[in-house]
Design a protein around this ligand. Structure first.
Ligand SMILES: [Zn+2]
Length: 420
């Protein structure tokens, strides 16, 4: 295939689908990961849904099989009523059957959903329905990691139904679908040799299996409308996908990925995008502006030490100072000084995650050192503020902007490209 012609055609198709100016073009051949190259079937996403679990329960209302990737089918049945799956002294146990293997998979034959319930503090959780298959990986004699192997489009639908409010505009769902798909493909390329690609939590993207209700309907519409479309940028070595970070609300200005993550900046993630659109969150959530919060210094000491061994050397926290900040006044690096006079410097985002994202919704706030507490005042935004601003996306969608325009606003210089 003539990649250049293909790329141009794809870019045009993407533009037509998602609206916006027709300056979309991909002059260089697509240099997407192999699994995302046009015409190639994309492998399933491997989503970690349970980490270091001892047991869970599963139900499949239809024919199913239990298999080992190395030895094939181990067992099969016409349906699986609620059955316990556990790790027992080195074996996988499903009901009263046991297998000694490193990996075991449970899959319906056909499109039946897999219902999974987990133990939460001694209580079985309300079941979630998953598409695809379940893979259990041996982690220790008594624990396992549990993955959902899921088609990427189905995965994206499951993500965006969790990431967005059902009330969000359909065009916001479409922009989020492209961002979530690109993020997944990026992680699939990066994690190809790891046990899984993404976690089902905010550590990656929130994913709750098969979406239902109004959010689910909007999610499927958005996924069908944007099928295969991703964000790319013209890197020096060709057109490439990138890690399409997003967060709840930037609070007025996005920030560079390098402020938050250990990575070099690329144009779409260089930050500094002025966004008044997340004001949309006002009156609906505290994502745009949040009230002052505080944390006791002893508790702060404990939380910092739990997250980073470096911080233990400073003993009890005496005060926190801003070392560097963005042009917009958002702290980037902080110095934490202990009562013993020692100090440690860390990224403001690292500090925020240690403190807790409920106490410190964003790093864009004023840090006030009191006698026994550290206070966070004038808080703006919610989340890391890198890349797409979800409330801003909703604000722009309500103003009539198309998904493509919204994505190019938050990822400057990005192109919409059909990956498959
Ligand atoms: Zn914003």
């Amino acid at each position: 295939m003539d990649h250049r012609r293909f790329a141009v055609a794809c870019a045009l198709a993407a533009t037509a689908l998602l609206g916006g100016g027709c300056r979309e073009r991909a002059r260089s051949p697509l240099e997407l990961p192999d699994h995302a190259r046009a015409g190639v079937k994309v492998r399933d996403v491997r989503v970690l849904i349970l980490e270091a679990a001892n047991e869970f329960r599963i139900r499949i209302n239809g024919p199913y099989e239990i298999r080992s990737p190395s030895t094939g089918v181990l067992a099969e049945g016409e349906s699986l009523p609620w059955t316990k799956v556990s790790r027992t002294t080195g074996d996988f146990a499903i009901g009263d059957r046991r297998w000694t293997t490193a990996v075991i998979e449970i899959a319906p034959r056909g499109n039946t959903a897999i219902h999974v319930s987990r133990l939460n503090g001694g209580v079985w959780s309300a079941p979630l329905a998953y598409p695809g298959a379940i893979r259990c990986l041996r982690r220790s004699l008594t624990t396992m990691d549990v993955l959902n192997l899921v088609n990427i489009e189905q995965y994206v639908a499951g993500v965006i139904a969790c990431e967005l409010y059902a009330s969000f505009h359909p065009e916001a769902f479409r922009a989020q679908a492209v961002a979530a798909r690109t993020y997944a493909l990026y992680q699939m390329a990066r994690q190809a040799n790891a046990d899984y690609d993404v976690k089902a939590t905010q550590a990656s993207q929130v994913y709750g299996g098969i979406p239902t209700g109004p959010a689910g309907r909007k999610a499927y519409e958005a996924v069908n409308h944007t099928r295969g479309i991703v964000c790319t940028w013209s890197s020096p070595t060709g057109e490439r996908i990138f890690c399409t970070f997003y967060s709840a609300a930037c609070g007025g200005r996005t920030q560079a990925a390098s402020n938050v993550f250990n990575m070099k900046d690329i144009p779409p993630l260089a930050g500094g995008v002025h966004c008044e659109y997340c004001r949309e969150a006002e009156g609906k959530s505290q994502a745009y502006r949040w009230p002052a919060t505080s944390i006791d210094k002893a508790e702060l000491t404990r939380r910092l030490a739990a997250r980073s061994g470096n911080v233990r050397s400073i003993g009890t926290v005496d005060r926190v100072e801003v070392v560097s900040q963005t042009d917009g006044g958002r702290p980037v690096n902080l110095r934490v000084i202990g009562r013993n006079g020692r100090q440690v410097t860390l990224k403001a985002e690292e500090f925020r995650l240690a403190v807790g994202t409920r106490t410190m919704r964003s790093t864009d706030c004023t840090i006030v050192n009191g006698p026994s507490k550290v206070e966070f005042a004038n808080g703006k935004g919610s989340g890391h503020a890198v890349g797409l601003c979800q409330w801003g996306m909703e604000g722009q969608a309500k103003l009539g902007r198309k998904a493509g325009q919204i994505l190019r606003f938050y990822y400057p210089g990005c192109h919409l490209t059909r990956a498959y």
